[in-house]
Design a protein around this ligand. Structure first.
Ligand code: PAF
Length: 301
């Protein structure tokens, strides 16, 4: 780790649900931050925290040029990452934080930016945007983060303080792959089932879903074990159930994407599990079926 001065700016790419949540948290903490908006100017946002009743309005600053000390957070859809990175001029010292559902983007990012500090993070916070300018935080979650390459001490300190305060509890992982696979199991259950059955996350508490949840977790556990990750089916199921309960009143991101006719992240969730299982010769027919069903739904909408 090097000892660069600690004057980091947080740069958030996009204003999706998690991007807007990060901006709201940075705003609340009076941090040096800005947004690279999808369109010309950042949107003015109204933030509401459901549990406490806290709400405020803010308009993030627009970032037009990246600098050495920037920490660039990419809370985008997995399928948007490569294109977003291709269009940014990122200095070799700036840090990149991948933050999305699903897996499969780390390798391409490392190839594109071999010298940059890179991290991967995942959060289970419940948020939704009833309108493009309104963000509602509904459920307390937790956040996991870890280094992918070139760790940097002051970047870590900055992210530790920001994410622990805003999206805590925050867990640093020496092996972020394990945490990403654990979150992958959560998304492999909740996202396709809530999209196919058109229900909120809490609807998965109905006993009719017990078997399918078990089968999906069993398949993911088999693949993880074959990749030498210490995991049990029960641990994956417990984790999935916790997120279902904590975000019971939410529609999952895939439910919303399918309902709105937008592309979904299914190829990076159940599709990624199938690809890894195929390489290992493991049967994951439940994941395979969900992958196909959601892709069929996407074609119909
Ligand atoms: O994709 C989502 O919606 C979220 O990752 C999660 C945790 C499943 C909550 O809805």
């Amino acid at each position: 780790m090097n000892n660069a001065p600690a004057a980091h700016r947080l740069v958030i790419v996009g204003q999706g649900a998690i991007g807007s949540l990060l901006a709201a948290k940075a705003q609340q903490q009076h941090l040096d931050y800005g947004v690279i908006p999808r369109n010309k100017q950042p949107l003015a946002m109204h933030y509401q925290h459901l549990a406490s009743g806290l709400s405020f309005d803010f308009t993030p600053t627009s970032v037009t040029q990246l600098s050495l000390q920037d920490i660039i957070l990419l809370p985008l859809k997995a399928f948007q990452i490569d294109n977003a990175l291709a269009h940014l001029t990122i200095p070799a010292e700036a840090s990149i934080v991948l933050m999305h559902n699903g897996m499969g983007t780390i390798e391409a990012t490392q190839t594109r930016f071999p010298s940059n500090p890179i991290l991967a993070a995942t959060t289970s916070y419940g948020v939704y945007k009833p309108h493009s300018n309104t963000l509602v935080e509904t459920g307390q979650g937790k956040t996991a983060i870890g280094w992918v390459q070139h760790p940097n001490k002051t970047v870590q300190q900055c992210l530790q303080s920001f994410l622990e305060t805003g999206l805590g509890p925050l867990y640093w992982h020496d092996n972020i792959q394990l945490a990403l696979w654990q979150k992958l199991a959560v998304n492999a259950v909740i996202n396709p089932l809530t999209a196919i059955h058109q229900i909120k996350n809490g609807g998965l508490q109905d006993p009719q879903f017990n078997n399918v949840i078990h089968e999906i977790c069993q398949e993911v556990a088999l693949v993880m074990q074959a990749l030498n990750m210490p995991v049990t089916i029960e641990a994956l199921k417990d984790n999935v159930r916790e997120v279902i309960i904590n975000t019971a009143d939410n529609y999952s991101s895939m439910n919303r994407d399918i309902a709105a006719g937008r592309p979904s992240e299914i190829d990076f969730i159940n599709g990624y599990i199938v690809q890894q299982a195929n390489k290992l010769g493991i049967d994951v027919s439940h994941n395979q079926r969900l992958w196909q069903q959601v892709n069929q739904l996407a074609q119909q909408s």
